[in-house]
Design a protein around this ligand. Structure first.
Ligand SMILES: Nc1nc2c(ncn2[C@@H]2O[C@H](COP(=O)(O)OP(=O)(O)O)[C@@H](O)[C@H]2O)c(=O)[nH]1
Ligand SMILES: [Mg+2]
Length: 435
C-alpha cells in the first residue's frame, strides 16, 4: 500500500512525464528488494536523546526498551553544569545491525538557572547538525561511512507529579521543538493513580498546546500505519514504567516492578504505555523519525546556516541564483568591504600622523620656550657673576693699594723709629760725656 501511495506521489512530481505500459517483464520491480538488501548490508543508525532530571528513570527505561544492560553511570544531584554523555552500541536483531547512540543529560534540572539546563542540550543538537553540514560541504565527502550523530528522537521525561509541567519542561521543549522530534513520556507511571494519570495527560497536552510546543506526531501519510498512529497520537504523552527485573506472574516470567501490594507489569498495556512507546518508537516509526530529522530539522538548520553565510536560491526579483553567482556577489561584497576598511584605516593613519605631528610640534614649542628661558636665566646669571667679578676685582685692587700704602707707612715708620733710636743713643752718649 505504501508503495502505491509513493508511486502516485512520484508521478505527481513529474508533470509532463508520459506513463507507458510494458509488454513484458523487465526486472526493475526488484528495486525495493535491492534497497532492502543494501540497507541490511549497510546497517542502520539511530540516535536517542533522553532528557530528564537525575533519577527519573532514563537509564532503566533504555535498558527495558532495548532488552539489554547499557553502560549506566549513576550521577549525583550536585553536578555544577549539565553535561551530555553519548554512548554508541552495536546491536543485532536477526540479520539487522543497528548502531544505536544513547545520549543522556547528566545533571539536568539540578541547576538554579534554567538556561544552564537547556542550553547544553541545544548546543549538543546543533553541534551534530553542524558536523553533518561540514561533511556535506566538503569537496571530498564520505557520507556513506560517516557516523551520523544527529539526534533522531528525544524522549522527554516528565516527572509524575500529577500536577502540571514544570517551567523548565516547557522552556526546554520550546527551545528544542524545531530541532528534534520530541516524544514526551510520563516517567515512573506506577507512582500515579489511574484517574490522576488521565487528568495529568490532558493537562500536559493542553499546556503544550497553549505554549505552542510542537511535539512529534506519529505520521499519517502511510496508510498501513495511519490507523494505529492516529490512535497512538491520542495516547500521548505515554505513561511508562521501566524495569529489567523479571518477576513470576502466573506461569511465566515478566518484566515488572514488585510491590508489597502487587506487581506492575511493564509490558501489560493496562498497567502502563511501555508497549505503545516501544511499538511507536522502534517497530513502526523509527524510519520516519530518521527521515523527519533529515528532511525537516536538519533542513531547517542547514537553510538558516547557509542563509547566514549569504547563500540564497533566488534574488529579490525571484530569479534563480546559482552558487557561482552567489560566490561572485559575495566576493564583490567582500572586496568592497575590504576597500572600505582599507580607506578607513588609511584615514585613521593620516589622522593619527597629524595628531602625532601636532603633539610633536607642541613638544618642540615647549622645549624651545624652556630653552629660551634657560638661556635668559643663564645670561642673567652670567652678568650677575661678571658684576660680582668686577666688584671683586675692584675690591682686590683697592685692597692692593691699601696694602701698598700700609707697607709704605710701615716702612716709613720703621725708618722713623730707627732715626729716633739713633738720636736717643746720641743724646745719651752726649749726656754721659758732658757729665
Ligand atoms: N517506581 C519506579 N521506579 C523506577 C522506574 N524506573 C526507574 N526507577 C527507579 O528509579 C531509580 C533511578 O533510575 P535511573 O534509571 O537510574 O534514573 P536516571 O538517573 O534517570 O537514569 C532507580 O532506583 C530505578 O529502579 C519506574 O518506572 N518506576
Ligand atoms: Mg542514568
Amino acid at each position: 500500500m505504501r508503495m502505491i501511495c509513493l508511486s502516485v506521489q512520484f508521478l505527481a512530481q513529474y508533470k509532463g512525464v508520459r506513463p507507458l505500459s510494458l509488454a513484458g517483464h523487465v526486472g526493475f520491480d526488484s528495486l525495493p528488494d535491492q534497497l532492502v538488501n543494501k540497507s541490511i548490508c549497510q546497517g542502520f543508525c539511530f540516535n536517542i536523546l533522553c532528557i530528564g532530571e537525575t533519577g527519573i528513570g532514563k537509564s532503566t527505561l533504555m535498558d527495558t526498551l532495548f532488552n539489554t544492560n547499557f553502560e549506566n553511570f549513576e550521577s549525583s544531584h550536585f553536578e555544577p553544569q549539565v553535561k551530555l554523555r553519548a554512548q554508541t552500541y552495536d546491536l543485532h536483531e536477526s540479520n539487522v545491525r543497528l548502531r544505536l547512540t544513547v545520549v543522556n543529560t547528566v545533571g539536568f534540572g539540578d541547576q538554579m538557572n534554567k538556561q544552564e539546563s537547556y542550553q547544553p542540550v541545544v548546543d549538543y543538537i546543533d553541534r551534530q547538525f553542524e558536523s553533518f553540514l561540514q561533511e556535506e560541504l566538503k569537496i571530498k565527502r564520505s557520507l556513506h561511512n560517516y557516523h551520523d550523530s544527529r539526534v533522531h528522537a528525544c524522549l522527554y521525561f516528565i516527572s509524575p507529579s500529577g500536577h502540571s509541567l514544570k517551567s523548565l519542561d516547557l522552556v526546554t521543549m520550546k527551545k528544542l521543538d524545531s530541532k528534534v522530534n520530541i516524544i514526551p513520556v510520563i516517567a515512573k507511571a506506577d507512582t500515579i493513580s489511574k484517574s490522576e494519570l488521565h487528568k495529568f495527560k490532558i493537562k500536559i497536552m493542553s499546556e503544550l498546546v497553549s505554549n505552542g510546543v510542537q511535539i512529534y506526531q506519529f505520521p499519517l501519510d502511510d496508510e498501513t500505519v495511519a490507523k494505529v498512529n492516529t490512535a497512538m497520537n491520542g495516547h500521548l504523552p505515554f505513561a511508562v514504567v521501566g524495569s529489567t527485573e523479571e518477576v513470576s506472574v502466573g506461569n511465566k516470567m515478566v518484566k515488572a516492578r514488585q510491590y508489597p501490594w502487587g506487581v506492575v507489569q511493564v509490558e501489560n498495556e493496562s498497567h502502563c504505555d511501555f508497549v505503545k512507546l516501544r511499538e511507536m518508537l522502534i517497530c513502526i516509526n523509527m524510519e520516519d523519525l530518521r527521515e523527519q530529522t533529515h528532511t525537516h530539522h536538519y533542513e531547517l538548520y542547514r537553510r538558516c546556516k547557509l542563509e547566514e553565510m549569504g547563500f540564497q536560491d533566488t534574488d529579490p526579483e525571484c530569479k534563480p541564483v546559482s552558487l557561482q553567482q552567489t560566490y561572485e556577489a559575495k566576493r564583490q561584497e567582500f572586496l568592497v568591504e575590504l576597500q572600505k576598511r582599507e580607506d578607513e584605516m588609511r584615514q585613521m593613519f593620516v589622522q593619527r600622523v597629524k595628531l602625532k605631528e601636532s603633539e610633536l610640534k607642541e613638544d618642540e614649542r615647549e622645549l624651545q620656550s624652556r630653552f629660551e628661558q634657560l638661556k635668559r636665566l643663564h645670561a642673567d646669571e652670567k652678568s650677575a657673576l661678571e658684576e660680582k667679578k668686577r666688584l671683586l676685582d675692584e675690591d682686590q685692587s683697592s685692597f692692593g693699594k691699601r696694602r701698598a700704602a700700609a707697607q709704605l707707612l710701615q716702612a716709613q715708620s720703621l725708618t722713623a723709629n730707627g732715626k729716633k733710636d739713633k738720636d736717643r743713643k746720641n743724646l745719651n752718649s752726649n749726656f754721659f760725656t758732658d757729665w
